[in-house]
Design a protein around this ligand. Structure first.
Ligand code: SIN
Ligand code: MN
Length: 208
């Protein structure tokens, strides 16, 4: 597949999922995460993250007062559910690699939630792309450089959009400045879901 646009190496597929597919996917995610509900981590700094998160797959990305890491279980002790097939189909269509992702992180952005500029670099191997799926309210996504600082470029991501961060963009800084609350009817309470699919090093063994 060819992206609709590429900005700084970030490949953007606009409205990859139509309204019907978005609705079905949200319902599937909701049911699949019933025993592993989104939680709001408290960081080593004592600050509470503004997003609520949960994961699907062999490994889940967690944050708590000990820091960030991949773990085999939800903080409530339950194993992460498998990544839904609908999500794996998106990965297969756009990632360009035959290796399946190990983790699908799901972040929920309520009104006034943002995500500071960061790199995705807890995976151990960076030759695999990261695939991100937007569902719900519009989000102002900012793309930077492989080192902190410098010029940035922003784009509004809309429900159903898919972004692939591979090649030069794999370790590029990125973040979400804000969401435009109430711009999408997809989620009953408003807000935005973002799915981030990642390969973690195949030999990676979680410690918790
Ligand atoms: C992230 O990079 O962690 C999330 C990106 C997004 O929400 O679009
Ligand atoms: Mn990220």
């Amino acid at each position: 597949m060819t992206p609709d646009l590429t900005l700084r190496g970030f490949q953007i597929y606009e409205r990859f999922l139509n309204a019907d597919a978005q609705q079905k996917l949200v319902e599937r995610l909701r049911k699949t995460a019933a025993r592993t509900p989104p939680f709001q981590p408290v960081l080593p700094s004592g600050r509470r993250m503004s997003v609520r998160m949960t994961s699907f797959g062999r490994l889940g990305w967690v944050a708590d007062t000990k820091g960030y890491r991949y773990a085999a279980h939800h903080p409530n002790g339950a194993p992460w559910p498998a990544i839904p097939d609908e999500v794996l189909e998106i990965w297969d269509a756009v990632s360009g690699v035959s290796r399946a992702p190990d983790c699908c992180l799901m972040n929920y952005y309520a009104e006034d939630t943002k995500m500071g500029m960061h790199q995705d670099r807890d995976e151990g191997e960076f030759q695999w792309p990261v695939v991100s799926v937007s569902l719900g309210d519009d989000a102002l996504f900012r793309m930077g450089n492989v080192t902190r600082g410098g010029s940035t470029e922003s784009i509004w991501l809309r429900s159903g959009d898919v972004v692939v961060m591979g090649g030069d963009a794999r370790l590029a800084y990125h973040g979400v400045d804000r969401i435009a609350f109430g711009t999408s009817p997809l989620l009953a309470k408003g807000g935005r879901l973002n799915l981030t699919l990642r390969v973690v090093a195949p030999t990676f063994q979680p410690t918790s």
